[in-house]
Design a protein around this ligand. Structure first.
Ligand SMILES: *Cc1c(COP(=O)(O)O)cnc(C)c1O
Length: 220
Protein backbone atom coordinates (compact mmCIF):
# COMPACT_ATOMS: atom_id res chain seq x y z
CA UNK A 1 0.00 0.00 0.00
CA UNK A 2 1.09 3.59 -0.60
CA UNK A 3 1.96 6.09 2.13
CA UNK A 4 -1.36 8.00 1.75
CA UNK A 5 -3.30 4.72 1.92
CA UNK A 6 -1.43 3.68 5.05
CA UNK A 7 -2.24 7.01 6.69
CA UNK A 8 -5.91 6.78 5.75
CA UNK A 9 -6.12 3.21 6.99
CA UNK A 10 -4.60 4.14 10.36
CA UNK A 11 -6.82 7.20 10.75
CA UNK A 12 -9.86 4.98 10.24
CA UNK A 13 -8.59 2.47 12.74
CA UNK A 14 -7.50 4.78 15.58
CA UNK A 15 -10.02 5.97 18.18
CA UNK A 16 -10.81 9.71 17.94
CA UNK A 17 -8.90 10.60 21.10
CA UNK A 18 -5.62 9.03 19.89
CA UNK A 19 -3.20 11.26 17.95
CA UNK A 20 -1.08 9.77 15.23
CA UNK A 21 2.55 10.84 15.02
CA UNK A 22 4.03 9.74 11.69
CA UNK A 23 7.61 8.72 12.45
CA UNK A 24 9.57 9.79 9.38
CA UNK A 25 13.16 9.35 10.61
CA UNK A 26 15.60 8.37 7.82
CA UNK A 27 12.90 8.90 5.18
CA UNK A 28 13.28 11.51 2.41
CA UNK A 29 11.24 14.74 2.37
CA UNK A 30 9.26 13.38 -0.60
CA UNK A 31 7.80 10.66 1.64
CA UNK A 32 6.73 13.25 4.20
CA UNK A 33 5.09 15.26 1.41
CA UNK A 34 3.08 12.18 0.43
CA UNK A 35 1.88 11.81 4.01
CA UNK A 36 1.17 15.55 4.19
CA UNK A 37 -0.95 15.23 1.04
CA UNK A 38 -3.04 12.64 2.89
CA UNK A 39 -3.71 15.17 5.65
CA UNK A 40 -0.96 14.17 8.09
CA UNK A 41 0.38 17.18 10.03
CA UNK A 42 2.31 15.63 12.94
CA UNK A 43 5.69 14.08 12.27
CA UNK A 44 8.22 12.44 14.57
CA UNK A 45 11.99 12.46 14.13
CA UNK A 46 14.76 11.13 16.36
CA UNK A 47 17.70 13.28 15.21
CA UNK A 48 17.60 17.02 15.76
CA UNK A 49 19.62 17.94 12.70
CA UNK A 50 17.53 15.81 10.37
CA UNK A 51 14.35 17.27 11.83
CA UNK A 52 15.64 20.84 11.39
CA UNK A 53 16.49 20.16 7.74
CA UNK A 54 13.03 18.79 7.06
CA UNK A 55 11.40 21.65 8.94
CA UNK A 56 13.22 24.11 6.65
CA UNK A 57 12.01 22.33 3.52
CA UNK A 58 8.43 21.42 4.32
CA UNK A 59 5.18 23.37 4.92
CA UNK A 60 5.09 25.44 8.09
CA UNK A 61 1.82 24.04 9.42
CA UNK A 62 3.55 20.76 10.33
CA UNK A 63 4.00 19.95 14.04
CA UNK A 64 7.42 18.45 14.72
CA UNK A 65 7.87 15.89 17.47
CA UNK A 66 11.32 15.02 18.79
CA UNK A 67 11.01 11.38 19.83
CA UNK A 68 14.68 10.46 20.19
CA UNK A 69 17.20 10.85 22.96
CA UNK A 70 18.12 14.53 23.24
CA UNK A 71 21.59 15.87 23.91
CA UNK A 72 21.57 19.19 25.78
CA UNK A 73 24.00 20.87 23.41
CA UNK A 74 21.65 20.33 20.45
CA UNK A 75 18.45 21.73 21.94
CA UNK A 76 19.25 25.12 20.41
CA UNK A 77 18.75 23.76 16.89
CA UNK A 78 15.10 22.90 17.48
CA UNK A 79 13.96 25.44 20.08
CA UNK A 80 12.46 27.74 17.48
CA UNK A 81 10.00 25.25 16.06
CA UNK A 82 9.69 21.91 17.91
CA UNK A 83 6.16 21.24 19.06
CA UNK A 84 6.65 18.38 21.55
CA UNK A 85 9.82 16.77 22.96
CA UNK A 86 8.98 13.19 23.99
CA UNK A 87 12.30 11.96 25.37
CA UNK A 88 13.04 14.19 28.35
CA UNK A 89 14.86 12.20 31.01
CA UNK A 90 16.58 14.71 33.28
CA UNK A 91 16.10 18.02 35.05
CA UNK A 92 19.30 19.29 33.48
CA UNK A 93 17.82 18.73 30.02
CA UNK A 94 14.60 20.51 31.00
CA UNK A 95 16.65 23.47 32.22
CA UNK A 96 18.43 23.68 28.88
CA UNK A 97 15.14 23.43 26.95
CA UNK A 98 13.75 26.20 29.16
CA UNK A 99 16.81 28.34 28.49
CA UNK A 100 16.58 27.96 24.73
CA UNK A 101 12.79 28.39 24.67
CA UNK A 102 13.20 31.77 26.40
CA UNK A 103 15.25 33.05 23.49
CA UNK A 104 12.25 32.56 21.22
CA UNK A 105 9.68 33.69 23.79
CA UNK A 106 8.16 30.24 23.65
CA UNK A 107 6.88 27.68 26.12
CA UNK A 108 7.97 24.26 24.86
CA UNK A 109 5.85 21.22 25.66
CA UNK A 110 7.72 18.14 26.87
CA UNK A 111 6.99 14.59 27.98
CA UNK A 112 8.98 12.77 30.62
CA UNK A 113 10.28 9.49 29.26
CA UNK A 114 9.78 6.69 31.78
CA UNK A 115 11.79 3.50 31.52
CA UNK A 116 9.32 0.63 31.35
CA UNK A 117 11.29 -1.85 29.23
CA UNK A 118 13.70 -4.38 30.64
CA UNK A 119 16.41 -3.62 28.04
CA UNK A 120 19.33 -1.50 29.22
CA UNK A 121 19.46 0.22 25.85
CA UNK A 122 16.25 2.11 26.45
CA UNK A 123 16.42 5.50 28.13
CA UNK A 124 14.14 6.96 30.71
CA UNK A 125 13.53 7.92 34.31
CA UNK A 126 12.28 5.62 37.03
CA UNK A 127 8.91 6.68 38.42
CA UNK A 128 10.64 7.66 41.68
CA UNK A 129 13.06 9.95 39.86
CA UNK A 130 10.24 11.44 37.77
CA UNK A 131 8.17 12.18 40.88
CA UNK A 132 11.15 13.79 42.60
CA UNK A 133 11.88 15.87 39.52
CA UNK A 134 8.29 17.11 39.36
CA UNK A 135 8.32 18.03 43.04
CA UNK A 136 11.60 19.94 42.93
CA UNK A 137 11.78 23.71 43.33
CA UNK A 138 14.05 23.94 40.30
CA UNK A 139 11.45 22.30 38.09
CA UNK A 140 8.65 24.46 39.43
CA UNK A 141 10.61 27.62 38.71
CA UNK A 142 10.93 26.87 34.96
CA UNK A 143 8.58 29.13 33.03
CA UNK A 144 9.39 28.30 29.43
CA UNK A 145 8.69 24.58 29.49
CA UNK A 146 5.55 22.65 30.30
CA UNK A 147 5.48 18.92 31.02
CA UNK A 148 2.26 17.72 29.40
CA UNK A 149 2.56 13.99 29.99
CA UNK A 150 4.63 10.83 29.73
CA UNK A 151 6.28 8.68 27.08
CA UNK A 152 7.37 5.07 27.26
CA UNK A 153 8.66 2.28 25.05
CA UNK A 154 7.89 -1.34 25.81
CA UNK A 155 10.44 -4.13 25.55
CA UNK A 156 11.01 -5.44 22.02
CA UNK A 157 9.49 -8.87 22.46
CA UNK A 158 6.69 -11.01 21.07
CA UNK A 159 5.47 -11.64 24.62
CA UNK A 160 2.14 -9.76 24.59
CA UNK A 161 1.64 -10.27 28.30
CA UNK A 162 4.90 -8.54 29.10
CA UNK A 163 4.17 -5.62 26.76
CA UNK A 164 0.72 -5.21 28.28
CA UNK A 165 2.18 -5.23 31.75
CA UNK A 166 4.73 -2.53 30.87
CA UNK A 167 2.11 -0.29 29.24
CA UNK A 168 -0.25 -0.92 32.15
CA UNK A 169 2.44 0.15 34.60
CA UNK A 170 2.94 3.45 32.77
CA UNK A 171 -0.80 4.07 32.56
CA UNK A 172 -1.20 3.60 36.33
CA UNK A 173 1.61 6.03 37.02
CA UNK A 174 0.06 8.52 34.58
CA UNK A 175 -3.31 8.22 36.33
CA UNK A 176 -1.68 8.70 39.70
CA UNK A 177 -0.01 11.93 38.56
CA UNK A 178 -3.23 13.43 37.26
CA UNK A 179 -4.01 14.87 40.68
CA UNK A 180 -0.69 16.62 41.05
CA UNK A 181 -0.95 19.36 38.46
CA UNK A 182 1.15 22.48 38.93
CA UNK A 183 1.70 25.61 36.83
CA UNK A 184 4.09 23.84 34.44
CA UNK A 185 2.90 20.25 34.88
CA UNK A 186 -0.35 19.45 33.08
CA UNK A 187 -0.44 15.72 32.36
CA UNK A 188 -2.81 15.03 29.44
CA UNK A 189 -0.63 13.13 26.94
CA UNK A 190 0.34 9.48 27.23
CA UNK A 191 2.66 8.68 24.31
CA UNK A 192 3.05 4.94 23.90
CA UNK A 193 2.78 2.50 21.01
CA UNK A 194 4.73 1.94 17.77
CA UNK A 195 4.04 -0.09 14.61
CA UNK A 196 4.36 -3.43 16.42
CA UNK A 197 2.48 -2.68 19.60
CA UNK A 198 0.15 0.30 19.10
CA UNK A 199 -3.05 -1.76 19.38
CA UNK A 200 -1.98 -3.01 22.81
CA UNK A 201 -0.86 0.49 23.79
CA UNK A 202 -4.28 1.94 22.94
CA UNK A 203 -6.03 -0.83 24.87
CA UNK A 204 -3.80 0.14 27.78
CA UNK A 205 -4.80 3.81 27.63
CA UNK A 206 -2.38 5.49 25.21
CA UNK A 207 -3.64 8.65 23.52
CA UNK A 208 -0.65 9.26 21.25
CA UNK A 209 0.97 6.64 19.03
CA UNK A 210 4.29 7.00 17.19
CA UNK A 211 4.13 4.97 14.00
CA UNK A 212 6.92 4.72 11.42
CA UNK A 213 7.41 1.52 9.43
CA UNK A 214 3.70 0.79 9.14
CA UNK A 215 3.32 4.08 7.26
CA UNK A 216 6.60 4.56 5.42
CA UNK A 217 7.83 0.97 5.11
CA UNK A 218 10.86 -0.64 6.75
CA UNK A 219 13.92 1.53 7.39
CA UNK A 220 17.38 0.67 6.04
C1 LIG B 1 11.52 4.72 15.49
C2 LIG B 1 10.65 5.04 16.63
C3 LIG B 1 9.27 4.81 16.57
C4 LIG B 1 8.56 4.19 15.38
O1 LIG B 1 8.93 2.87 15.20
P1 LIG B 1 8.17 1.91 14.16
O2 LIG B 1 8.42 0.56 14.69
O3 LIG B 1 8.81 2.13 12.84
O4 LIG B 1 6.74 2.29 14.16
C5 LIG B 1 8.50 5.17 17.67
N1 LIG B 1 9.06 5.71 18.77
C6 LIG B 1 10.37 5.94 18.87
C7 LIG B 1 10.91 6.53 20.11
C8 LIG B 1 11.22 5.59 17.81
O5 LIG B 1 12.54 5.82 17.93
Amino acid sequence: MSIPENIQQLKKELPKNVSLIAVSKTKPAADLKDAYGAGQREFGENKIQEMAEKWAQLPKDISWHMIGHVQSNKVKYMAEFVSLIHGVDSLKLLQEIDNQAKKYHRVIDCLLQIKIAEEDTKFGLSTTDASNLLKSETFRSLQNIRVVGLMGMATFTSDQTQIKQEFGFLKSYFDMLKNSETANFKPTVLSMGMSQDYALAIQSGSNMVRIGSKIFGERE
